[in-house]
Ligand binder design. Structure first.
Ligand SMILES: NC(=O)c1ccc[n+]([C@@H]2O[C@H](COP(=O)([O-])OP(=O)(O)OC[C@H]3O[C@@H](n4cnc5c(N)ncnc54)[C@H](OP(=O)(O)O)[C@@H]3O)[C@@H](O)[C@H]2O)c1
Length: 307
């Protein structure tokens, strides 16, 4: 997502190319994008950066979220649009097959079975290997599964966002599908590297998010300071501790951090080898609870359906 402008500041074609190349060189082999990131630009940049190396990766994309201003619908999961969305993504990604095709949000106006049924047709044709959902609740997942096997759910999951612990994570463990934990670094907050008081540029998504504003940001940074103290004791970084905590939750959890920096990519990749002592896990879980996080995840009035 951060490979295009409008999320975490401006990114050039070259920067995006370099970041993907560096990630590949580190052995990172799962890439997640969406047709909505930069209205297709994210897929185009990722496809370009993977030229000649497509067979080294598991390529995931998403469809269904509408970003055009003024549109009545925020999500479009109508079965009739699924094929053309996939074909557009294939073209931009420069590939014949999408490894994981995900519905970005469940369309409240369309039964999830209908959308998943149309996605399943693409599996039969070889355009898609696996079907996934994003931000689905346990009931939506159960219904989708009756239509076609769903191999993964993508949901926001981090020390700062624990909603999946209400049922989605247990479902993933029980039925054996993966939980792709998005924004695993709390959109940068859980790295401890955001400045104390920071006015985000208007081109930065975080300028609109409650957790990053004024008093909320200050309180949240106090929570992160406790994480940094634990990380220092282990001689690892705050970001590595945040990722290792996620990996300790279950083998079903696959964090998908975003980065455009070679140093951050290497740091994040190294977190996969960490095994946290039980006392560290319980200490950070007492320091940061779902209730202690200050500010909502999205501003009031955002029309994104919630899982
Ligand atoms: N399904 C959905 O609705 C949904 C929604 C949001 C995101 N996602 C997916 O999840 C992926 C990751 O989420 P995200 O990028 O929003 O959030 P994130 O991974 O929690 O945070 C990304 C931010 O953290 C910074 N960062 C990364 N590693 C760092 C490190 N070691 N030290 C300091 N800063 C670091 C990045 O900046 P640098 O570039 O400087 O490293 C960037 O500003 C996205 O790319 C997207 O594929 C899905």
């Amino acid at each position: 997502m951060g490979l295009v402008d409008g999320y975490y500041g401006p990114v050039s074609d070259d920067q995006a190319d370099r970041a993907v190349g560096q990630a590949l060189d580190l052995g990172i082999n799962l890439f997640d994008t969406a047709d909505s990131y930069g209205s297709g630009e994210g897929e185009r940049r990722l496809g370009h950066a993977l030229t000649g190396r497509r067979d080294q990766v598991f390529l995931a994309t998403k469809f269904g979220l509408l970003t055009e201003p003024g549109s009545d619908r925020v999500v479009d999961g109508r079965p009739g649009i699924v094929r053309s969305r996939a074909e557009d993504s294939l073209r931009r990604l420069g590939t014949d097959t999408i490894d994981l095709f995900q519905l970005h949000r469940i369309d409240p106006q369309v039964p999830v079975e209908d959308t998943v049924g149309a996605m399943a047709e693409l599996v039969g044709e070889g355009k898609v290997r696996y079907v996934g959902l994003s931000e689905a609740n346990p009931e939506q997942l159960r219904r989708a599964m009756l239509t076609h096997p769903v191999v993964s759910v993508q949901s926001e999951y981090s020390l700062f966002e624990r909603g999946v612990e209400g049922g989605v994570l247990a479902g993933c463990v029980r039925f054996g599908y993966g939980l792709l934990a998005f924004a695993p670094l709390g959109k940068g907050l859980l790295t401890g590297k955001l400045q104390q008081v920071r006015d985000f540029d208007q081109g930065d998504l975080r300028s609109k998010l409650p957790r990053f504003g004024g008093e909320h940001l200050r309180r949240n940074q106090e929570l992160v300071a406790a994480l940094t103290a634990s990380a220092d004791q282990l001689s690892i970084t705050t970001a590595q501790l945040a990722l290792a905590w996620l990996l300790s939750r279950s083998p079903a959890v696959v964090p998908i951090p975003g980065s455009t920096s070679a140093a951050h990519l290497a740091e994040n990749a190294a977190a996969a080898d960490l095994d946290l002592p039980a006392e560290v896990i319980s200490s950070i879980e007492s320091a940061i609870t779902a209730e202690s996080v200050s500010g909502d995840r999205y501003p009031a009035g955002w029309r994104l359906p919630r899982g």
